[in-house]
Design a binder for this molecule. Structure first.
Ligand SMILES: CC(C)(COP(=O)(O)OP(=O)(O)OC[C@H]1O[C@@H](n2cnc3c(N)ncnc32)[C@H](O)[C@@H]1OP(=O)(O)O)[C@@H](O)C(=O)NCCC(=O)NCCS
Length: 149
């Protein structure tokens, strides 16, 4: 069954905190950070949930007012048991559909092959690197997507 992709509501907060912990371990956002993300839903955040009865994935976007033409993809994750079944792609498709006419930027660890592969499959291109940005000396890769017209 393909999950439905829908906007998050306040009721999703506990499930996304738990899913983030499962997906990112020590790098997970805290409950306080997630609470702030949800508080910003009425301002400049878009959170989409992949819903199979339970949340199995999510994507978080920073979407500034329309006068700013850059959107940031802040976070995306799919529950480990359901990776490589297309859910990350579904979330990315839904996210980019909300970015028509705008540039999308993101940052990804150079060694993150799954996320890097996902982004490249959607046409994101590397535009710069922050050398040794992450703990352990791993580079951060900055990627950009623009809608092809
Ligand atoms: C990145 C992530 C969201 C991808 O989700 P997913 O549901 O597995 O992705 P999909 O099944 O939709 O894959 C879409 C495409 O992405 C690429 N891809 C996905 N996983 C990949 C991997 N392990 N290696 C290489 N490419 C990969 C492929 O091009 C794939 O298409 P294909 O299966 O037809 O080859 C998932 O691996 C994840 O949650 N990772 C941990 C969290 C994370 O690192 N998030 C990014 C930083 S915020």
């Amino acid at each position: 069954m393909r999950p439905a992709i829908r906007p998050a509501t306040a009721d999703d907060l506990p499930a996304l905190v738990a899913l983030d912990e499962l997906c990112f371990g020590p790098e997970a956002w805290s409950t306080v950070s997630w609470t702030t993300e949800f508080e910003r839903l009425s301002e400049d955040r878009v959170i989409l949930v992949a819903d199979e009865g339970a949340a199995v994935g999510y994507v978080v976007l920073l979407v500034p007012p329309v006068t700013v033409d850059v959107v940031e993809l802040l976070r995306i994750a799919v529950t480990p048991a359901e990776r490589r079944t297309g859910i990350g792609g579904q979330l990315t498709t839904a996210a980019l559909a909300r970015c028509a006419g705008r540039t999308v930027l993101l940052e990804v660890a150079a060694g993150n092959q799954s996320a890097g592969g996902l982004y490249k499959s959607f046409g994101f291109q590397e535009i710069s690197r922050r050398r040794g940005y992450y703990a352990g000396g791993e580079d951060a890769v900055i990627m950009r997507w623009r809608e092809s017209v």
